[in-house]
Write a protein that binds this ligand. Structure first.
Ligand SMILES: C[S@@+](CC[C@H](N)C(=O)[O-])C[C@H]1O[C@@H](n2cnc3c(N)ncnc32)[C@H](O)[C@@H]1O
Length: 285
C-alpha cells in the first residue's frame, strides 16, 4: 500500500566513517527483494536501513550496534523528535557564538541520565567533531577533537522528520549489543547485512576506531563462525569488508560469490587522510 510513499531521498542523520551510501549502487542489485525480517547488527549511520525503508512498503527489522549512545539517537528520533529538534537548535545557536569553547564544554559534559539531552549532544558532537569520528578513551569518554567546518548542518529538521515518520511507520526493533547477541534470533527467510569495522587496508592505515574494544582479527573470525551458523540455516547474508589478504583468508568459503569494488574514498582516522580503498562485497547466495 505504501510503496510510493517515500519519494524523497532519506539520508543518514549522522556522518559515520565507513557509511555505505557510496556502495549503494553496487549493493542495490544484489539485495534480496523478498525477506521476512531484516537484521543489521553493525548499524552505524544506517545507510542501508534507510535505503530499505525508502524502498520497501513495510519493513520488519532488528537493527543494532555495540554503541548504546548511537542506538539511543535512533530511539529518540522515533519517539521524542520535537524535544530533540528543540535541543539541537539550542546547540546550533550557542556553537555559532563561540565554537571552540562550546564544543569542548559539550564534549566534557557528554552522557548524562537524560536520554533526549544525550541524543542531542551525540548528534551535535558528530556534526562538529573531526570527520564524524566516534572514539573513546580507556575510561569510555568521547575524545575526538573539534572539526573545522564552516557551517556544520547541526539541525537537518526535514530529514529528521522523514526518518522519524519512517521509523514509526515500520516495525523496527533497536538494540544495543554485540553482533553475536543480535544475531541469535535470525531464522531462515531473514536477510542479514553485515558491515563490521574493516580490516586496515594497508600497514600504515589502522582500522577505523569506533568503540573501546577494537575489532581485531579474532573478531572477524568470530563473525565468520556466526556467518557459517546462519548459512547452514539458509539465511541470505551480505558482508562488506576491505579487500585484504586477511579478509580473503578468513572468508574464503564465500569468496566465489564476492564482488570487488574499486576506488571508494574512505576516511582514515589515524593517518588523518582520505584514500582510495578496495572493498569486497561478499555474499552466500
Ligand atoms: C563500518 S561501521 C557501519 C557503518 C554503517 N553500515 C553505515 O552505513 O553507516 C561499523 C559499526 O560497527 C559497530 N561495532 C563495532 N564493534 C561491534 C560489535 N562487536 N558488535 C556490534 N557492532 C559493533 C561500530 O560501532 C560501527 O558503528
Amino acid at each position: 500500500m505504501h510503496s510510493k510513499l517515500v519519494t524523497v531521498d532519506v539520508k543518514p542523520f549522522l556522518k559515520w566513517p565507513g557509511g555505505k551510501r557510496q556502495l549503494l549502487s553496487q549493493l542495490e542489485p544484489i539485495i534480496p527483494l523478498e525477506f521476512d525480517r531484516y537484521f543489521e547488527p553493525f548499524l552505524g549511520g544506517g545507510a542501508i536501513l534507510f535505503h530499505l525503508l525508502s524502498r520497501k512498503s513495510q519493513l520488519t527489522a532488528t537493527v543494532s550496534d555495540v554503541n548504546p549512545e548511537l542506538i539511543n539517537c535512533y530511539k529518540i528520533i522515533k519517539y521524542n523528535l520535537k524535544e530533540l529538534i528543540k535541543e539541537l537548535k539550542i546547540h546550533q545557536k550557542k556553537y555559532m557564538k563561540n565554537r571552540e569553547q562550546y564544543y569542548y564544554k559539550i564534549r566534557d559534559e557528554f552522557e548524562s541520565k537524560d536520554k533526549i539531552e544525550n541524543a542531542a549532544k551525540f548528534i551535535f558532537l558528530n556534526k562538529t567533531c573531526f570527520n564524524g569520528l566516534y572514539r573513546v578513551n580507556k575510561s569510555g569518554k568521547f575524545n575526538v577533537p573539534r572539526g573545522r567546518y564552516l557551517s556544520p548542518n547541526i539541525v537537518n529538521e526535514e530529514n529528521l522528520e522523514i526518518i522519524s515518520k519512517l521509523l514509526n511507520r515500520n516495525k523496527i526493533t533497536f538494540k544495543s549489543s554485540d553482533f553475536f547477541k543480535s544475531l541469535e534470533s535470525v531464522k531462515n527467510g531473514n536477510f542479514v547485512f553485515l558491515d563490521p569495522p574493516y580490516f586496515p587496508s594497508c600497514k600504515s592505515v589502522h582500522s577505523t576506531h569506533y568503540w573501546s574494544e577494537p575489532f581485531v582479527y579474532s573478531e572477524h573470525e568470530r563473525l565468520k563462525e556466526e556467518i557459517d551458523r546462519l548459512d547452514s540455516k539458509g539465511v541470505k547474508i551480505i558482508l562488506t569488508n576491505s579487500d585484504t589478504p586477511e579478509t580473503r583468508r578468513i572468508f574464503k568459503d564465500y569468496m566465489n560469490n564476492s564482488i570487488k569494488v574499486n576506488g571508494v574514498r574512505v576516511i582514515s582516522s589515524s593517518a588523518n587522510t582520505r584514500s582510495d580503498h578496495k572493498q569486497l562485497i561478499i555474499k552466500n547466495f
